[in-house]
Ligand binder design. Structure first.
Ligand code: FAD
Ligand code: PYC
Length: 413
């Protein structure tokens, strides 16, 4: 009996820990090369192989799997956006999230805890009413609640009127959730590899040359190959990689910082966001508080942590939760985000045939990982833009069709 249990335990830990090994060499030719082994690139590889039986796919990742923004993100999942295009897109992502753990065969620690966006003025409440109406029209559960209901949902929150920014009400999104970010990357990587996708870690793409026959020559320090189709899913490096094929992307590259506290006893159930105070906070299953804010105000491709960020968010967190004054910060970090002018993603086909982009994920792309993978896979496999992403193309910047997602995508920037 003990032998059987030990065997089962080994099988379990073996299955959940093993990642695909980087093949010894790069092949001379691939049908599809995906640049970037974050959640988005890996999800795209998985759905290409699973839904479209695509073969001869390679993912090139310059560092380790999911080590970019996927590793640095604070794992908030929600669909309460403000534009109908955005709400429909993230609503479909939420549907995929719910069954993703069983699809990928990995524990994603998907945890539904509800999402509260605080309003500190009547103006903010008005915007939230609009947002709630769009949400409901698009089939997303979201409503404006008053202070009494807020006190019921989150009794830990200070509703004192003697603060700098008293709370008038909130937008309540009961489906708001979190998930374990590296399980997402590993789950997609393993599932893709099982279907024959080659995953090359420590393989930076240093140049891409479009050839006369419509294919691409791709150079890496580990060798060169030819690809019939190329997808770039490189988040903060989007402009740099797009430049390699002569594409200009309208993205602002800015750092986003976060910090995590030491673990303490269970205290806070919902995710709390305040756009006006530029902060958000939630408590992990292990008891750590995950705390973040707005992007840094200057464009710089850097992952350094600043003292200003820490003092700003902690100062404002204590206004909402004065009881946390003895909490100790444990770790602080940053990621490099790619922000569009209208805070909606930038995805799909480009002016270059057979070259596809998955970018413009700024501070909001983790929750989109499943649906971006699914819709990009269909767009790449069929060369027809998936209807859910038809508004997110590069052409919206020349056709005056910007989306205006700022009020719902970002934490007060
Ligand atoms: P990444 O995970 O960054 O993957 C891109 C990969 O491309 C990287 O691994 C990189 O090494 C690789 N790469 C780059 N250049 C090359 C090259 N030349 N050759 C090969 N590989 C290359 N989103 C949410 O929805 N909810 C949140 O709560 C949230 N919180 C966030 C908190 C922070 C602090 C940060 C920084 C971001 C947050 N985000 C959040 C945003 C989210 O992290 C990203 O939008 C998402 O992870 C993007 O995934 P990706 O796979 O496109 O990018
Ligand atoms: O997109 O919900 C979000 C988010 C929260 C923190 C960073 N991004």
């Amino acid at each position: 009996m003990l032998g059987l249990l030990t065997h089962k335990f080994r099988q379990l830990t073996h299955n959940s820990a093993v990642l695909p090994e980087t093949p010894e060499k790069i092949n001379a030719e691939y049908d599809i090369v995906i640049i970037g082994g974050g959640g988005h690139g890996l999800a795209c590889a998985h759905y290409l192989a699973k839904d479209f039986f695509a073969e001869n796919i390679a993912v090139f990742e310059k560092g380790y799997l999911g080590g970019g923004n996927t590793a640095r993100n604070t794992a908030i999942i929600r669909a309460n956006y403000i534009t109908p295009e955005g709400v429909a897109f993230y609503r479909e992502s939420m549907k995929l999230w719910r069954s993703l753990a069983s699809e990928l065969g990995i524990n994603l620690m998907y945890s539904v805890r509800g999402h509260l966006t605080l309003a500190h003025s009547d103006g903010a409440l008005r915007t939230m009413r609009w947002r709630a109406e769009v949400n409901k029209q698009c089939g997303v559960d979201s409503e404006v609640i008053d202070r009494e209901t807020l006190a019921d949902i989150c009794p830990e929150l200070s509703l004192s009127s003697h603060t700098r920014h008293p709370i008038h009400g909130a937008l309540w999104h009961p489906d708001g959730a979190t998930a374990r970010h590296d399980s997402v990357a590993w789950g997609y990587a393993r599932a893709a590899a099982k279907r024959g996708v080659e995953i090359h870690q420590q393989t930076e793409v240093t140049s891409i040359t479009p050839l006369d026959d419509g294919r691409f020559q791709i150079t890496t320090p580990r060798g060169t190959c030819i690809a019939k189709k190329v997808v770039q899913a490189v988040a903060g490096y989007s402009c740099r990689v797009a430049e390699m094929v002569g594409l200009w992307l309208p993205l602002r590259i800015v750092p986003l910082q976060a910090l995590v506290s030491v673990p303490v006893k269970p205290y806070l159930d919902p995710i709390i966001v305040s756009g006006s105070l530029h902060l958000y906070i939630w408590q992990t299953q292990r008891g750590e508080f995950v705390i973040g804010g707005a992007t840094d105000p200057y464009p710089i491709a850097s992952t350094r942590s600043t003292h200003e960020f820490k003092t700003h968010v902690i100062d404002n967190i204590l206004e909402l939760f004065p009881q946390l004054h003895t909490l100790k910060a444990m770790r602080q970090w940053a990621g490099i985000t790619d922000v569009t002018p209208d805070f909606a993603p930038l995805m799909g086909k480009t002016s270059l045939p057979n070259y596809y982009i998955d970018s413009g994920w700024g501070t909001w792309g983790f929750k989109a990982t499943p649906i971006s993978g699914k819709t990009m896979a269909e767009t790449v496999a069929t060369d027809k833009t998936h209807p859910l992403i038809s508004s997110f193309g590069l052409d919206r910047f020349t056709d005056f069709a910007l989306l205006g997602e700022r009020g719902a995508a970002a934490v007060g920037q």
